[in-house]
Design a protein around this ligand. Structure first.
Ligand SMILES: [Zn+2]
Length: 72
């Protein structure tokens, strides 16, 4: 059964595969059919097809929503 992964702007993705710089955390910069992510380690950014990216995600760390106020 396919797992649905919810990716939102500002989230941090923990990847299965480590980036060449040694970090495996990527920050989400843009979401669409392609997703733009930035490496937390070396600040390099890359655009990846969502379907391809999802296979590489180990964990999604949601962005802090406290300061924006998500209430009605
Ligand atoms: Zn990196």
């Amino acid at each position: 059964m396919p797992k649905i992964i919810k990716i939102s702007l500002g989230d941090t993705l923990e990847m299965k595969k480590t980036h060449p710089c040694g970090d495996n955390r990527m920050k989400v910069l843009r979401v669409g059919s392609d997703i733009r992510i930035k490496c937390e380690g070396c600040s390099r950014d890359v655009t990846v097809a969502r379907i391809k990216l999802e296979k590489n995600i180990k964990r999604v760390i949601p962005a802090q929503t406290g300061e924006k106020g998500s209430d009605l």
